[in-house]
Design a protein around this ligand. Structure first.
Ligand code: GLA
Ligand code: GLA
Length: 654
């Protein structure tokens, strides 16, 4: 059994029949069946059509839609329909709309118009979720619940009085007393000592930089407040349909929400991914987010949304050239997706997304878009046996949201050029190019199964998280500016790397950010030359700590740049080229040699070879096997056409 009770790889997309006359629905389901669609997401934005007047439901049209889907063998990922509150709710209770940091209440007319902390919104959303579960809990088309939609896409935070009240309650639960809050927030700085929780407000616009500890708690609170909203709907569904899995669609590596915590609250991870077809490296960045999705629950996940061709929300919306929709879809499956879904089924004729591509384009079935839709459906059927396959990785990248939020606090850091996503990608890209599978892991996780653990940055590091890194038995690599502060954003005693001091055998005396465009030369112990960019540190190694590279010339001349104690490598800089470090720690880790731009991904007993280039590529197969896409046996060399793929069932592997 896969992610849902639907067998094989799921295929489908967002279906918004409420935007079309009923005559079109019959054609929709006929075309879905023709394309091999197995599941569609329904009713995401349908609240105002399902409950046009307070408490007066109109389920008739959705009954007919679900009936038609079921007749054609198509399952429903049924939304709770709470992604846009109806106008009557907003007019009756204007306070459900969010307020921005400057104090302006936002207006109706878009979507996600809700304050995450509004008890009124929550009450109505839970009531609708319960009504949906009661009406459709036994419907044979129901395969999955889809709560809300892309939480934090438009509304991550709200600064209204209700949010302030909720924030204070959250703080009170965390700190107990206002004294605890003062200590954690360091309010002796800049005269911010509070004498009661009632004096605390969200970080609205202030005259100067806002207390970074207050901001960090605000980020935590905002993720938690939306998670509470999700959980309230989830619980309403579970009370009626305990056996139907619940998901909400994530937004890849999103700064606003702590997906480690969110994933625990749902039954299956689903993600929306929109790599920019105009960016030739976007397939690499999206692979990182796919690996995160697989790692969140350490299980297969679902690509809930992607674009068949162009999106409509970039300044310039490049279409996907022929072959790319298929290639990117196979890529998601390679990285653990048990289904590929799209936004959206039928291209809209009105609204902000009328130029967004769809599985059925404006031009209908005479288009290349429709031919791509058919082709992908056929390919996914050929790959049915891949569903459920697991990935085993030798390398883990450690990252978590607390540290990310702390690192990217505005206006108070040594440099604002350390961006966590860039740091993750700088490590991920060379691993990806070597065909080495990577898991992501949260700080504090048990990392004992990995041969190599890389921590690109852990600015905020607690004693427990340091212990988890000390327990690593494989190679450990820690990037710069790690172990700097505790969970309250207060600098550890003695400075960085704080609780990692003994493990790494090095003290950081001073941070040495490098101006844009300037590099600091360095030399590796073996003699090779290198350079640091963006960031360096004045390090003082302990006796017995080896120096693997030293700065050469400039203000840091002769000081250590990269050190090693036991199994732990520390980088007191951002090397422009990570190859020497990787070559050393990856010794013995199996890699798959492929030409640049070709991706090699092992999943279970299958090997995916994905040619992201516009040239033909010849690849020496590491194993013989049967290509499921062409149903042919391959051994020796395989030749991949531009943007083509091979999915090899490895011979003899069971
Ligand atoms: C100004 C302010 C100080 C301090 C320094 C930091 O001089 O008066 O309080 O913020 O800047 O450079
Ligand atoms: C997001 C939303 C969808 C749609 C797509 C367009 O993923 O969830 O409703 O707006 O973007 O790319």
């Amino acid at each position: 059994m896969g992610l849902t009770r639907v067998p094989g790889l799921l295929y489908g997309g967002d279906y918004n029949p409420e935007q079309w006359p009923e005559e079109v629905w019959a054609e929709d389901v006929r075309l879905m069946a023709e394309a091999g669609v197995t599941m569609v997401t329904v009713a995401v934005f349908a609240w105002s059509r399902l409950e046009p007047e307070p408490g007066a439901y109109d389920f008739g049209w959705l009954d007919r839609v679900l009936g038609l889907l079921h007749e054609h063998g198509i399952a429903a990922d049924l939304a709770t329909a709470t992604a846009t509150p109806p106008p009557w709710l907003v007019r009756r209770h204007p306070e459900v709309m969010p307020v921005d940091a400057a104090g302006t209440r936002l207006e109706f007319g878009s979507r996600q118009g809700y304050c995450p902390s509004s008890p009124v919104f929550r009450e109505h959303a839970v009531r609708l979720a319960t009504a949906m579960a009661t009406r459709y809990g036994d419907h044979p088309a129901l395969a999955l619940w889809h709560v809300g939609n892309e939480y934090a896409d438009h509304t991550l935070e709200c600064f209204c009085p209700e949010s302030a009240r909720h924030f204070r309650a959250w703080l009170q639960a965390r700190y107990g007393t206002v004294g605890g809050l003062n200590a954690a927030w360091g309010t002796s700085c800049w005269g911010q000592h509070y004498t009661g929780f009632d004096q605390v407000e969200p970080p609205r616009r202030a005259p100067g930089p806002v207390n970074p500890a207050q901001l960090l708690d605000w980020r935590r609170f905002c993720s938690d407040a939306l998670l509470e909203l999700f959980t309230a709907e989830r619980d309403a569904l579970r009370a009626v349909t305990p056996d139907v899995p619940v998901t909400t669609n994530f937004m890849s590596i999103l700064h606003g929400l702590d997906y480690w915590a969110w994933a625990e609250a749902e039954d299956l991870v689903s993600d929306d991914a929109y790599p920019d077809p105009a960016d030739p490296s976007s397939h690499m960045a999206v692979a990182l987010s796919y690996d995160l999705m697989r790692s969140l629950k350490r299980r297969p996940w679902l690509l809930m949304e992607s674009a068949p061709s162009a999106v409509s929300w970039r300044e310039v919306n490049a279409p996907k050239p022929p072959g790319v929709m298929r290639l990117h879809s196979l890529q998601a499956v390679a990285h653990g997706a048990d289904g590929v879904m799209f936004f959206q089924w039928r291209q809209a004729r009105y609204g902000p997304e009328k130029f967004h591509s769809a599985l059925v384009p404006h031009g209908g079935t005479a288009t290349r878009g429709w031919r791509d839709t058919l082709r992908l459906g056929a390919d996914l059927r050929r790959l049915a046996e891949v569903a459920g396959g697991h990935t085993s990785a030798d390398v883990a990248l450690v990252f978590g949201w607390d540290s990310w939020w702390g690192l990217e606090a505005p206006e108070s850091m040594p440099s604002d050029r350390l961006r966590l996503k860039d740091l993750l990608l700088s490590w991920y890209a060379p691993l990806h190019a070597r065909g080495i599978a990577v898991d992501l892991a949260p700080p504090g996780a048990d990392l004992s199964g990995y041969r190599v653990v890389i921590v690109p940055n852990l600015y905020l590091c607690t004693a427990e998280q340091a212990e988890a890194l000390a327990a690593v038995t494989g190679e450990l690599v820690v990037g710069p500016f790690s172990g700097v502060v505790d969970e309250a954003d207060q600098v550890h005693d003695g400075g960085a790397p704080g609780p990692l001091r003994d493990l790494l055998g090095v003290a950081v005396e001073e941070f040495w950010p490098l101006p844009d465009g300037l590099t600091q030369p360095l030399r590796h112990a073996g003699g090779g030359a290198g350079a640091a960019r963006t960031w360096a540190e004045w390090l003082r190694p302990d006796q017995g700590t080896a120096v693997l590279a030293r700065f050469e010339g400039g203000d840091l001349d002769g000081l250590p740049a990269i050190t090693r104690k036991g199994n732990a490598t520390y980088l007191g800089c951002l090397p422009a080229d990570l190859t020497p470090v990787l070559d050393r720690v990856l010794a013995g880790v199996p890699a798959i040699a492929v030409p640049a731009g070709v991706e090699a991904v092992r999943r279970g007993r299958h090997l995916f070879l994905l040619n992201h280039t516009t040239d033909e590529q010849r690849i020496t197969l590491p194993y013989p096997g049967r290509d499921l896409l062409t149903d042919t046996d391959l051994r020796g060399d395989a030749v991949l056409a531009p943007r083509d793929a091979v999915v090899l069932r490895i011979e003899g592997d069971t």
